[in-house]
Design a protein around this ligand. Sequence first.
Ligand SMILES: Cc1cc2nc3c(=O)[nH]c(=O)nc-3n(C[C@H](O)[C@H](O)[C@H](O)COP(=O)(O)OP(=O)(O)OC[C@H]3O[C@@H](n4cnc5c(N)ncnc54)[C@H](O)[C@@H]3O)c2cc1C
Ligand code: FES
Length: 281
Amino acid sequence: MSNIYQPDLMTITKVIQEAPGIKTFHLKFQDEEVANNFSFETGQFGEYSAFGAGESTFCIASSPTRPEHIECCFRETGKVTTALANLTEGDTIGFRGPYGNTFPLDDWKGKNLIFIGGGIALPPLRSVIWNCLDLREQDGRFGHISIVYGARSVQDLVYKREIEEWNQMENVTMVKTVDPGGETDDWDGHVGFVPHVLENDFKPDPENTVAIVCGPPIMIKFAFEALERLGFKQEQMVTTMENRMKCGLGKCGRCNIGSVYVCIDGPVFTATQLAALPNDF
Ligand SMILES: Cc1cc2nc3c(=O)[nH]c(=O)nc-3n(C[C@H](O)[C@H](O)[C@H](O)COP(=O)(O)OP(=O)(O)OC[C@H]3O[C@@H](n4cnc5c(N)ncnc54)[C@H](O)[C@@H]3O)c2cc1C
Ligand code: FES
């Protein structure tokens, strides 16, 4: 019987320094059969290992519509992420996954979508943004797409090149912001916290629209409150949670909130589902 904790080996084929302390890896499976059998859906995550240091949980930051490789984007915060950050192109890491549920793209057919993110929370959104943009290009299944993204400062914004690409796209509204004091002389975006800019500058229409929010818990809380004041109902608001995880498989009990296992029942939840949890934020 195969060991469910045994990672597959992946080669780092490209490293991008996104921002201070934040890197993107492009990854390819070393075993051709594993590569051919691998598939995932947007919203899912993996356990990425640096040998001798341990495993870390990151979302899969690339879109399933672009299967040449998978990508992760991570911030150096501690033991494993520092060990990963010290690796370079050509090095090997371990990967287990994909795990978790997915963004409900079928439920969003015909709707306008607003993606709202803060800081290092753009990677999960970036996967679903490209997935929705690619599907809309193929069959027009979504309406208008808006992206509201902010970070502490201009240098902390991740995927800067893609923010500019989205900014140029037809039928996409790109709203970028940095926290007060984080702007530079040539900054051409907003200055203000993401929920504030969302409510007071962007003011999205809730009609036939779904809002997908990712960020630190405090940003999610304030963004949900701002959306409610704008007329969004809880069932129109979706987020992903980043509870501490170990196994990713519903075995270790590390990630649960009451009877809900974030690694299996999530990480994607609607605001309605979160409100029903025993200790929501
Ligand atoms: C479903 C999911 C998806 C995630 N996706 C990403 C991603 O795409 N990119 C990314 O950079 N990070 C992501 N994270 C967070 C990431 O897993 C942790 O930052 C990472 O595992 C820290 O590992 P470490 O060994 O370097 O840090 P440790 O040495 O274990 O801890 C360093 C510090 O980080 C804090 N920390 C560790 N894990 C978390 C966490 N889950 N939430 C908040 N604080 C934490 C610790 O409390 C400690 O203060 C995700 C987490 C989950 C559960
Ligand atoms: S991470 Fe082990 S049960 Fe969820």
